[in-house]
Write a protein that binds this ligand. Structure first.
Ligand code: ATP
Ligand code: FE
Length: 351
């Protein structure tokens, strides 16, 4: 079974071709990601109108590049998977319109995919992990623990009540005049800092359950920064490193403890991570230790497949299709689409 995947939910225009082998394994024949970071850099965040226009301009090329890199033509495909949400409506529509056009022209089945399901099913794409397993999705837009029991069966054990950790890393970088996206820069500075100098709060650790919070932590770092500036008139290189180290230690503590609780609540043989924050070495090491202690296998897919890509969408489409899922020309996009909640009103074309 060979699927084309199309992903345009945020600021990466992506297309990929993925084949499911008869033994259940997967082959990524191509995975093209055309980023837009440079278009949004000056604005300090993703601008929806700019993203929508860029997706519309890039998506045809991304799909052609993915087909040609995979050495397949449309006739070799068995289906088309497209992200239908959650995300920015304008971008999602670019991907969906192309998918509908291709499906109408070729007669191939089209399968709408939840972007979060794409992330959540990635361990099956990369490592053929069996159901059930536990997933920690930690990205710029999301932070949640998911019990993954089937291609369309997800239970949320907990999620952030405010910011996502990647967002917090980005805001800390901004506070300290480090480049965006901030995660890798904060990690680099933190490695050279003293993590004992600042003791930042560990939000929600005093409360039971797996929900998380990161916005108070960000405020605490801001206050500590302003205090140093008030005292000394500015930040030294070492101040900045120490602030990063203290911040990252707090994030790692929170994620580690909540992961321990999630594994206790849902004792799965595997805990997998996805999302850009999973790139953080210090955080990974803590999660690995928690998994070891619980007797679970810790799985961190290659970074390219942890961040936004279309291979995960193609794969999630294959899994949904094998479970009987298919959509028609009335498929619409959704800006909000929780994995485990009832459907929300549809926005966009079709209905
Ligand atoms: P989503 O996919 O949830 O809509 P997104 O596209 O912003 O959100 P990703 O592309 O998965 O998320 O990840 C990007 C985020 O990961 C950014 O916030 C970035 O700062 C963060 N990040 C990347 N590398 C690191 C790192 N080494 N340490 C911490 N955070 C990191
Ligand atoms: Fe994502």
């Amino acid at each position: 079974l060979t699927f084309l995947g199309i992903e345009t939910s945020c600021d990466d225009t992506a297309a990929a071709v993925v084949r499911r082998l008869s033994d259940g394994g997967a082959l990524i024949l191509s995975s093209v990601v055309e980023g837009q970071a440079e278009l949004h850099a000056a604005f300090g965040g993703v601008v929806p109108e700019i993203a929508a226009r860029a997706h519309a301009e890039k998506i045809d090329h991304a799909v052609e590049a993915a087909l040609s890199a995979a050495s397949v033509s449309l006739a070799d495909l068995d289906g088309i998977a497209v992200t239908a949400g959650p995300g920015l409506i304008g971008g999602l529509l670019s991907g969906l319109m192309l998918a509908k056009g291709l499906a109408a022209a070729t007669g191939l089945p089209m399968v709408g995919v939840n972007h979060l399901a794409g992330h959540a099913l990635t361990p099956r794409l990369t490592d053929a992990v069996a159901y059930p397993y536990l997933m920690l999705l930690v990205s710029g837009g999301h932070c949640q623990f998911l019990a993954v029991e089937g291609p369309e069966t997800f239970h949320r054990l907990g999620s952030t009540i405010d910011d996502a950790p990647g967002e917090a890393f980005d805001k800390i970088a901004k506070l300290l005049a480090l480049p965006q996206p901030g995660g890798p820069h904060v990690e680099r500075e933190a490695a050279l800092g003293d993590l004992a100098r600042f003791r930042f709060p560990r939000p929600l650790l005093d409360r039971p359950g797996c929900d998380l919070s990161f916005s108070g932590l960000k405020t605490a770092v801001l206050r500590a920064r302003d205090e140093i500036i008030a005292q000394k008139g500015g930040l030294t290189v070492q101040d900045r490193r120490d602030l990063c180290a203290g911040f990252q230690a707090a994030v790692a503590d929170v994620l580690a403890e909540k992961t321990r609780r999630a594994l206790a609540a849902f004792p799965a043989p595997v805990i997998a991570v996805a999302g850009g924050v999973a790139a953080n070495g210090a955080i990974r090491a803590r999660l690995q230790a928690v998994a070891d202690q619980a007797g679970a296998r810790f799985l961190a897919p290659p970074l390219k497949l942890c961040t936004d890509n279309a291979a995960m969408i193609a794969w999630a489409g294959i899994e949904r299709h094998l479970a009987g899922g298919v959509d028609d020309a009335t498929l619409s996009v959704r800006s909000r689409w929780p994995l485990d909640a009832a459907a929300v009103p549809l926005i966009g074309s079709g209905k």
